[in-house]
Design a protein around this ligand. Structure first.
Ligand SMILES: [Ca+2]
Length: 480
């Protein structure tokens, strides 16, 4: 070994690996200040993070639903590859060879810890063997959580005044309001506290720390002060043009109608404005939690050497296309916040407008942290975009249930359902997907070009949890 080789090798060995702070929120759409989806939303902490890091302003989930989105992000594999399409499938027994992000970091010398909703929140989806330390989700509505799905939750009687939105007999989880608890007792606070305690300590190894927030997912509970930030008479209901669904194919209409009763009920009872206000309050509450965590990082010894990744698993409809929740292939369901800050980023504060996918997070972290590459990963490292705002990207592809896809390029959204029916939107002028251009012959060549990105495989759906006997104490799954 020459002296020069020796010096280079020693320098590499001495350079500390960056840490990762992996922060997620649930069902947060683009109603975030820096994404401009709702004029007047207050998200100062997320906006500040976007300024000091890189905001991906055109980021999309791999699938517009919690479990398939999170499973895809954390395994790096598309739902159309794995057959993980819905919220009722365990990933572990269905994908026994999957190496998730925390598992890969753990296998490569990292200390790996997590809290809250990282994988899907029902029992069996957060196998503790992936982590050196893990804290399960603490719920704001422990009275609602059934014992077989949430065995760690202590069930209590519903408090007086419940449901707080005044919609009696409305589906259990879909509630909003102020619960009789101090702000520090909210479930997301305990995930943040876990993160803050972790960050306050010196760490012997580089770390991967995941903090998964529940908000603004339903039930949209938040302390009163967050509701007070949005006076009801100033809250704006989304504009929904008449006949918006008329040019949508049948399968798209069915996806939009899945929770139509809830929409009709909200409208009929005059609760639309209140529900929108609750979503804004829950979003600002999540933002405040993120602020607490980032302040803790800033004050810690790890501030300089920690990559921050912030993402939401899917978007959310608030009555657009007569729909609430997610589970559609439109912008409202697939467009999500994604910010990366810290070591490895350049030209901070300049949003990247290229379409990217949450599937890109895994290969990006592998790249930035110098971990061994994993050839099965289906996303692409975002490093070229982190370094150069003009880097080119292929479109992002979104799967929803077997055989339905959206291809989102920098400008276009092309949707093809399992029966071959199509939609095409020019997002540069129609970001709400109002005018389906797919039938116009002048877009034939464009549709063909976009369709080539649709995955060639459409894996059959994997068995659901009812096909297994699951034991929570040992996290074992026996096929029935
Ligand atoms: Ca979600």
């Amino acid at each position: 070994m020459t002296r020069r080789q020796f010096l280079v090798t020693s320098a590499l060995a001495a350079a500390p690996k960056p840490n990762v702070l992996f922060i997620s929120v649930d069902d947060m759409n683009d109603w975030v200040g820096c994404l401009g989806g709702y004029n007047g939303v207050q998200t100062p902490n997320i906006d500040a993070l976007a300024k000091r890091g890189v905001l991906f302003a055109n980021a999309h989930c791999a699938s517009p639903l919690c479990n398939p989105s999170r499973t895809a992000l954390l395994t790096g594999l598309r739902p159309s590859t794995t057959g993980m399409y819905n919220n009722d499938q365990f990933w572990r027994p269905n994908l026994p060879d999957a190496v998730t992000i925390p598992m890969h970091f753990k296998a490569n010398g990292y200390h790996v810890a997590g809290a809250g909703k990282v994988f899907h929140h029902t029992s069996g989806n957060n196998p503790p063997d992936q982590w050196d330390a893990f804290q399960f989700q603490v719920f704001d509505d422990p009275w609602y959580r059934r014992a077989d799905w949430y065995p760690w939750n202590k069930r209590v009687p519903a408090p007086q005044g419940h449901p707080f939105n005044g919609l009696n007999n409305f589906q259990g989880e879909f509630d909003w309001g102020v619960i009789p608890a101090e702000e520090r007792k909210y479930g997301d606070q305990s995930a943040i506290d876990f993160g803050l305690n972790f960050l306050a300590k010196p760490q012997q190894k580089p770390f991967f720390l995941a903090v998964g927030l529940w908000h603004p997912h339903i039930p949209m509970y938040a302390p009163q002060k967050y509701f007070d930030m949005y006076p009801l008479d100033k809250v704006k209901i989304p504009y929904t043009p008449d006949g918006d669904l008329d040019d949508v194919p049948k399968i798209g209409q069915q996806f939009a109608a899945a929770r139509r009763e809830e929409h009709n009920r909200i409208v009929k009872e005059g609760k639309w404005r209140e529900a929108v206000r609750a979503y804004l309050a829950a979003t600002t509450f999540a933002d405040a939690m993120i602020g607490r965590l980032l302040d803790g990082l800033e004050k810690s010894a790890h501030a300089k050497n920690t990559i921050i990744v912030f993402w939401s698993d899917n978007g959310w409809h608030l009555g657009e296309k007569e729909h609430w929740h997610k589970s559609t292939l439109w912008q409202r369901s697939t467009h999500v916040p994604l910010i990366i800050a810290g070591p490895g980023t350049r030209q901070q504060g300049r949003p990247r407008n290229q379409a990217v996918s949450l599937l890109d997070i895994y290969p990006t972290l592998v790249d930035l942290c110098g971990l061994p590459k994993r050839k099965e990963l289906e996303g692409l490292s975002l490093r070229p975009l982190l370094e150069n705002p003009a880097a080119q990207r292929p479109p992002a592809v979104i799967d929803f249930m077997q055989g339905n896809h959206a291809v989102r390029s920098d400008r276009w959204r092309y949707i093809r359902y399992r029966d071959g029916t199509e939609e095409l939107y020019d997002e540069s002028v129609d970001p709400q997907d109002w005018k389906n251009l797919a039938a116009d012959p002048k877009y034939g060549a464009l549709k063909t070009e976009l369709a080539q990105w649709i995955p060639k495989t459409a894996a059959p759906a994997k068995p659901e949890r009812t096909a297994f006997d699951f034991d929570f104490a040992t996290h074992t799954y026996k096929r029935k």
